[in-house]
Design a protein around this ligand. Structure first.
Ligand SMILES: [Zn+2]
Length: 136
């Protein structure tokens, strides 16, 4: 192991490091950076500087419990959005083998195998019968 890596590991010991909130801030920082190439306003520069300082503060913070709670709050606040995007990704990835229908009783998304025709399925959440038609 190089001397620098050794020093870095020793420095980061007991410090918080990166998490989901950090990665989100990094993406936000890059987006703001790209925007600032076209739009010249001090607001974006100040915002980006504040963002970087906050990211560094969180990363090197020794108050791990507090940083963990911040990340937890961030994950909780973005849960609906993240679940929406993961569903969209699943729909794309499984488009050749599965069809997605919404349960009319509880609004749950049902993930069904492609079998052409009319079917009656039981919703795993509300246990009601759902009539589905799969055409293609
Ligand atoms: Zn249901």
């Amino acid at each position: 192991m190089s001397k620098f890596t050794d020093k870095l590991i020793r420095f980061m010991y007991g410090r918080y490091g990166a998490d989901a909130l950090y990665r989100f801030c990094m993406v936000l920082f890059l987006i703001l950076l790209i925007i600032s190439l076209w739009v010249e306003t001090p607001i974006i520069s100040i915002l980006n500087l504040a963002l970087v300082l906050w990211m560094l503060f969180r990363m090197f913070s020794k108050n791990i419990e507090r940083r963990r709670k911040e990340n937890e709050m961030f994950l909780k606040a973005t849960a609906p959005l993240r679940s929406f995007w993961s569903l969209q990704r699943m729909r794309i990835e499984e488009r050749k083998t599965k069809r997605f229908r919404r349960c009319p009783h509880c609004r749950t998304i049902l993930r069904l195998p492609i079998k052409k025709g009319k079917h009656v399925v039981n919703c795993p959440v509300c246990h009601q019968e759902v009539h589905v038609t799969i055409r293609f």
